[in-house]
Write a protein that binds this ligand. Structure first.
Ligand code: C2E
Ligand code: MG
Ligand code: MG
Length: 773
């Protein structure tokens, strides 16, 4: 026994030193040393105790090994020996006093003889075990143990520090990857999903998602993009930014407070209880939520999950916060870009498509027609153009209302569409007028198609349950026999259609210009010429009001013809004729003179508002126009503020270069310029941008149908947006009801004109109306 004893002690020391060297963590170290000392068989029990602050110092157990833990517990209870050993800083031995008692030796754990960590306690049933040599040797083990504990602690602090450095570095990497995403993303959806992807792939975070705050009853958060291995994490979760039990997540808090929010202890955080199980199961340790602030308001949040509890310390958090700000900026930019693109798309659609039937419009037909003519010319074949008009559509509209009228037009488009063969094109040219282009067709094929078109209307329409019989008139013109230019063919198909109408036959093939037609036209032209000379024209005025203040800010000059037999004729019935014959020039000079005289009278009566005069394409081609304007201004002492000019889109597009030149000169004289009937013609945005215009007048067809037609509403809205982008004022004509007026105000239109304010009235009644308004 005496011989074996030192061998066992040496063995125990060897095992203990090995454990000290090999252990990687503090807890593991303590346990391994206790085990080593007991396993050797040299001691029955070993325990390690740490001291707590305080006087007298108290002890708490950290590790123990051995067969009789009770005794260790009892030793710790009174613990006097240990406390004394710690106090005096050296090993103390207690020898067994009675039967069954054991020897106990306490070694203080001191680092460099100074810093006290606790003590190592060993027991043995053999009284002579803790002799001086063995006690000294074991004292060295205790010192080495203390030193190793200290080294492990220092290492952990260092590792913690470098962990943070790594975390900040990865946040910085994420930020710069995020910047690349911002630059590259094509739209909002791509921006969000790429951002989440780069946070996970570049930053090494577990999961990233973006949610938008919805203003619904639940104040829910709608996930918009998510990336990470566990992207099913949000499935079935109740996501809300409301201030309730479910809304205490970093995401909810970030949206509510507009500040970043972090939770590092998912496993114990009460605010995350409904998240917890899933998050812990997937190895998530910390979450951060960042508000996405657009236009000063949090619109949603970016939420990031990390696997390290140490994640999202101050510096890392501020870098990620910066990234979230960049993302919000990217969202705002993408939205602005999308709005702009939508406006451009609408303009594009307006330029080439009819918004009601979604058919190509006159501009598209013209473009396709000239291509088809060119192809026919090269291939030496013919083509046909068919023009269809619904008889008495105006009456149908008046009886059934515009809404049902529109439905009939839509169904007409559908019925005609089903008849088209390959390569044919159906277009809508005017309210009740459709055209079919048949490339490569001859007269016989065109007649055949016309018959099918007429036959499709033998079936009555039943809008809103009312049976409506519809008759149509169809005119046909052929290339090359009836014309070799697009406009000529359109004109002649149109003439053939009127011929069919007059003859009350469904279909007519163009047959040269009928004498009777010419004679009637000649008569009307002569009458109009006389009407201008004899002053049978009347000046009407329709007021315009500033939509914000409600103040009357001007009026439009609109001409009427007081015919001795036919009574008051509206301008739609004679202006086109005047335009075709050149009579539009004397007519316009009559209106200009009347308008300036009117302004002169108004000024005398203390009313200083401008009158807007409509100009036609022919007016712009008249070399005397500018001199006339200057001369009349001088005669009536009119300043440029009292006169404005309106030109329709088609006027401008008739001769774009010429129009640009003359408009520039009118503008130099100081007059304001308006593009009239905007939306009905073809004008490219890039062309409009070049014109020196001040204002767009949205055509009344869109404005009047705004309350019922989503398309019209969208067109009005995007025209207003686009105009404001181009720094143009927007006038809405056809503001016929309080509802329309309110919608226009909400959309930000600048000026309104329409029957809600007043119908056009004889100019001399205007002052009285204005006074009473
Ligand atoms: P415009 O220049 O677009 O004039 C606006 C037309 O819309 C006017 O029709 C006006 O009465 C109508 N309008 C405005 N608001 C409403 C509304 O709320 N409800 C309804 N139902 N209509 C509304 P008007 O006076 O029949 O003139 C028709 C067109 O004739 C004018 O359209 C213009 O292109 C042409 N015109 C009239 N006077 C002249 C003129 O002196 N010279 C030229 N070149 N053209 C003129
Ligand atoms: Mg006008
Ligand atoms: Mg107009």
């Amino acid at each position: 026994m005496r011989v074996a004893r030192p061998v066992r002690a040496m063995h125990a020391l060897g095992l203990a030193y090995r454990a000290i060297l090999q252990a990687n963590g503090e807890d593991e170290l303590l346990q391994a040393v206790c085990l080593a000392l007991v396993e050797s068989g040299a001691y029955t029990q070993a325990g390690i105790w740490y001291t707590d602050e305080g006087e007298p110092p108290s002890l708490h157990p950290m590790a123990q090994a051995g067969s009789q833990p009770d005794q260790v517990v009892s030793a710790s209870r009174d613990g006097q020996l240990a406390i004394e050993a710690i106090r005096c800083g050296r090993p103390l031995v207690a020898l067994p006093g009675g039967a069954g008692a054991v020897a106990e030796c306490v070694f203080p754990l001191l680092v460099w003889g100074e810093t006290l960590l606790g003590c190592l306690v060993l027991y043995s049933p053999e009284a002579g075990v803790f002799d001086q040599t063995e006690t000294e040797l074991l004292g060295d083990v205790a010192d080495s143990l203390a030193t190793r504990i200290q080294a492990l602690r220092a290492h952990a602090v260092l590792a913690h520090k470098s962990d943070h450095l790594l975390l900040v570095q990865r946040a910085l990497r994420t930020l710069s990857a995020g910047n690349r995403v911002l630059l590259r993303a094509q739209d909002e959806a791509q921006l969000l999903s790429e951002m989440c992807r780069s946070i996970v792939e570049v930053g090494g975070y577990c999961l990233a998602w973006v949610g938008y705050a919805i203003d619904d009853e639940e104040q829910s958060i709608r996930p918009m993009a998510i990336y990470g291995e566990h992207r099913d994490m949000l499935d079935g979760l109740r996501l809300t930014w409301g201030d309730n039990a479910y809304g205490q997540t970093p995401s909810g808090q970030a949206i509510r407070s507009g500040q970043a929010s972090v939770r590092r202890h998912i496993a114990t955080d009460p605010g995350l209880y409904f998240y917890r199980e899933e998050a812990v199961r997937r190895g998530f340790a910390a979450i951060s939520g960042f508000p996405l602030v657009v236009d000063g308001k949090p619109i949603g949040c970016l939420t990031i999950f990390a696997g390290e509890e140490a994640a999202f310390e101050d510096r890392e958090l501020s870098v990620l916060g910066e990234m979230a700000e960049d993302l919000a900026f990217g969202i705002a930019t993408a939205r602005a870009r999308e709005k702009h693109a939508e406006a451009e798309r609408t303009i594009e659609r307006m330029a080439y498509y009819d918004s009601l039937t979604e058919l190509p419009n006159r501009a598209s037909l013209k473009a396709r027609l000239s291509e088809a003519i060119e192809a026919a010319r090269q291939q030496h074949c013919s083509l046909a153009l068919l023009m269809l008009n619904i008889d008495r559509f105006r009456e149908i509209n008046e009886v059934l209302g515009y809404h049902e009228g529109d439905n009939i037009l839509i169904e007409t488009a559908q019925r005609l569409q089903t008849l088209l063969g390959p390569g044919c094109m159906l277009a809508r040219l005017a309210v009740d007028e459709f055209a079919v282009l048949m490339p490569m067709a001859d007269a016989e094929q065109a007649m055949d198609m016309a018959r099918q078109m007429a036959a499709t209307f033998s079936e009555p329409f039943e809008p809103a349950g009312v049976r409506v019989e519809i008759r149509v008139s169809i005119g046909i013109a052929l290339y090359p026999g009836h014309g070799e230019e697009p406009s000529q063919l359109i004109l002649h198909a149109d003439a053939a259609m009127y011929q069919a109408k007059r003859q009350r036959s469904d279909i007519a093939l163009y047959s040269g210009s009928p004498e009777s037609d010419n004679r009637r036209r000649l008569l009307l032209i002569a009458e109009l010429r006389r009407a201008i000379e004899d002053n049978q024209l009347l000046l009407y005025c329709q007021p315009k009001a500033d939509m914000r203040s409600g103040r009357i800010c001007g009026a439009e000059a609109l001409v009427r013809w007081q015919h001795p037999e036919h009574g008051l004729i509206p301008p739609d019935q004679f202006i086109p004729l005047a335009e075709q014959t050149g009579l539009i020039n004397p007519l316009t000079y009559w209106v200009l003179n009347a308008a300036m005289r009117q302004c002169y009278d108004w000024r005398g009566a203390g009313l200083d508002i401008p009158l807007a005069v409509n100009l036609s394409a022919r007016n712009l081609q008249d070399p005397r126009l500018l001199d006339r304007i200057a001369g009349l201004s001088a005669t009536w002492g009119a300043s440029p503020d009292s006169l404005q000019f309106e030109l329709t889109e088609s006027t401008l597009m008739d001769d774009p270069e010429g129009a640009l030149d003359i408009l520039q000169r009118i503008k130099q004289m100081g007059f304001r310029l308006y593009v009239d009937d905007y939306g009905t013609g073809y004008s490219s945005l890039s062309y409009l941008k070049r014109l020196p215009i001040d204002s767009l007048k949205i055509d009344k067809s869109f404005v009047m149908s705004m309350p019922e037609e989503r398309d019209s509403y969208a067109i009005v809205r995007s025209t207003i947006e686009m105009s404001h982008n181009l720094n143009l004022e927007v006038v809405a004509e056809g503001a016929a009801s309080q509802q329309i007026w309110a919608q226009l105000t909400a959309l930000g239109a600048d000026v309104g004109q329409g029957s809600y304010l007043s119908n056009p009235m004889p100019a001399e009644q205007f002052l009285g109306w204005h006074g009473g308004h």
